[in-house]
Design a protein around this ligand. Structure first.
Ligand code: FES
Ligand code: FES
Length: 213
């Protein structure tokens, strides 16, 4: 069988190679190259010097229980909902939503705060501790948490993580609080567990003497 083949074309060189091999005649860009150039007109490139590096994602950086987080959503989002809905730290509770009950209490830089009243945009670079963050890295409960168990302070439990955070803040300020100091905490308990809370704080104070967390 005989195959007919097209007559051999003289070798050609691309224009980029012309300087290197002047003996070979230049050729036009092939059809595909011409098509691509028509469909994708050349856009002037930004000179490298004009490129301003941007952070990959802008957001609000916070430290929560010694872990770093970046909030990239609504800056007005209350901390309460960031903790509960985004991080699933549900120890912090929603109740009054007007700063009066303390069920949502957390520590911000060691100070007792109401998470329902704090917007994420006001917390950039702040250190937040929730009731979950009181536990040691080896799983040991904070003395206040342990005292709550030992004194059986919890009734329905809804207010208790806020009560514990308030007790931690109080003991940081007053390692040996009086009953009046404890009663001045101001967190509400609808179950009336105040006498149990008072006993638990006094027990925790004794346990913590000389070994603050
Ligand atoms: S829910 Fe925040 S103080 Fe009551
Ligand atoms: S234990 Fe029920 S609200 Fe405090």
């Amino acid at each position: 069988m005989t195959f007919l083949s097209a007559p051999a074309e003289p070798p050609t060189r691309c224009r980029l190679n012309a300087a290197r091999n002047p003996a070979v005649p230049a050729r036009e860009p092939c059809k595909a190259t011409q098509y691509n150039r028509r469909m994708m007109p050349q856009v002037p490139q930004t000179p490298p010097a004009e490129i301003v590096p941007q952070p990959i994602r802008k957001g609000i950086d916070v430290s929560i229980n010694d872990k770093h987080y970046r909030h990239t959503g609504d800056p007005d989002l209350p901390l309460l909902w960031y903790l509960r809905d985004v991080l699933r730290l549900t120890g912090c509770k929603y109740a009054c939503d007007d700063e009066s009950c303390g069920a949502c209490s957390v520590l911000v830089n060691g100070k007792l705060k109401r998470a329902c009243m704090l917007a994420m945009q006001d917390l950039a670079d702040q250190h937040i501790t929730t009731v979950e963050g009181l536990v040691d890295s080896d799983g040991k409960l904070h003395p206040v948490q342990q005292a709550w168990i030992d004194e059986d302070a919890i009734l329905c439990g809804y207010c208790q993580s806020g009560q514990i955070m308030a007790a931690v803040a109080l003991l940081a300020r007053k390692p040996q609080p009086s009953d009046a100091d404890i009663d001045s905490i101001g967190n509400l308990c609808r179950c009336g567990s105040y006498p149990r809370i008072r006993r638990a704080i006094q027990r925790a104070a004794k346990t913590m003497q000389g070994k603050a967390k």
